[in-house]
Ligand binder design. Sequence first.
Ligand SMILES: CC(C)(COP(=O)(O)OP(=O)(O)OC[C@H]1O[C@@H](n2cnc3c(N)ncnc32)[C@H](O)[C@@H]1OP(=O)(O)O)[C@@H](O)C(=O)NCCC(=O)NCCS
Length: 121
Amino acid sequence: MKISCGTDIIEISRIQEALEKYEEKFKLEIFTDNEVKYCESHKNQKYQHYAARFSAKEAIFKAISNKLDKNYSWRDFEIINNNIGKPEVFLKTMIPEIESIDVSLSHCKEYAVASVVVLFK
Ligand SMILES: CC(C)(COP(=O)(O)OP(=O)(O)OC[C@H]1O[C@@H](n2cnc3c(N)ncnc32)[C@H](O)[C@@H]1OP(=O)(O)O)[C@@H](O)C(=O)NCCC(=O)NCCS
């Protein structure tokens, strides 16, 4: 078994601008329906939650990019919080090489960050 880590930081204002400018197109390209539902439920701070999920997906790409031949899309990875609030990564497409992905998110007024650890079979 091999592990690979990935990390990412993003300015929340960049995600806010993209969402305001390209609204549905940007959402549909990057986020799953469940992710949109979660972010939109945090009305006043929704951009922090979108940015954290965007950051998590960037971190995943960093962790897997030199390990897998095929290219995957943003929506192949879904970040959903469990019943105690911990975010979990679900693969929306079969990626046989991956055993599991763990993620941790944080966000403040200006930035969102994500760290992931990918466990390969
Ligand atoms: C859950 C907690 C850690 C969140 O920290 P915070 O500084 O308020 O907020 P951050 O911006 O850093 O993190 C928010 C993210 O934490 C993550 N999170 C929430 N609950 C979590 C949990 N139980 N486990 C792991 N991650 C969690 C979520 O991803 C959330 O972002 P999201 O809603 O967009 O998914 C905090 O509210 C808490 O409960 N602290 C108590 C810690 C404690 O008891 N320490 C002593 C023993 S170790």
